[in-house]
Design a binder for this molecule. Structure first.
Ligand code: HEC
Length: 92
């Protein structure tokens, strides 16, 4: 019985530690990306797989289509994608 009790306490403790670290980590990530500008997010995300094309390489209509495509490729949130492509469209 005693072993079970200790095991139970250990599980609760590990669970709490995991929950706290996971929650604080994601909250931190959200905070960092929310403070980032579209230009910053563009520089950090769009060069991971290829050289980032110049904003002038496409017109706004093309960029809207590309945003749907690259948002999925780059695994961006709606918010991040909007910031990045608003920035690109403002710079072409
Ligand atoms: C996970 C890898 C990856 C990331 C991150 C990525 N791309 Fe791409 N991109 C690709 C691939 C692969 C292609 C070639 C087309 C295809 O096969 O989807 C491509 C093609 C393109 C093209 C050519 C037009 C098209 O739609 O095919 C443009 C423009 C482009 N990417 C812009 C961007 C921008 C802007 C970002 C940042 C938001 C970005 N990419 C992030 C992988 C990526």
């Amino acid at each position: 019985m005693k072993t079970f009790k200790i095991f139970g306490i250990a599980v609760v403790l590990i669970g709490t530690i995991l929950a706290v670290t996971t929650v604080s980590c994601s909250a931190e990530q959200v905070a960092t990306y929310k403070n980032k500008s579209g230009a910053q997010l563009w520089g950090e995300n769009c060069i991971r797989c290829h050289n980032t094309p110049s904003p002038a390489a496409y017109n706004d209509t093309d960029w809207s289509t590309i945003s749907l495509h690259m948002r999925v490729r780059a695994n961006l949130t709606k918010d991040q994608a909007k910031k990045i492509f608003d920035f690109i469209k403002s710079a072409n």
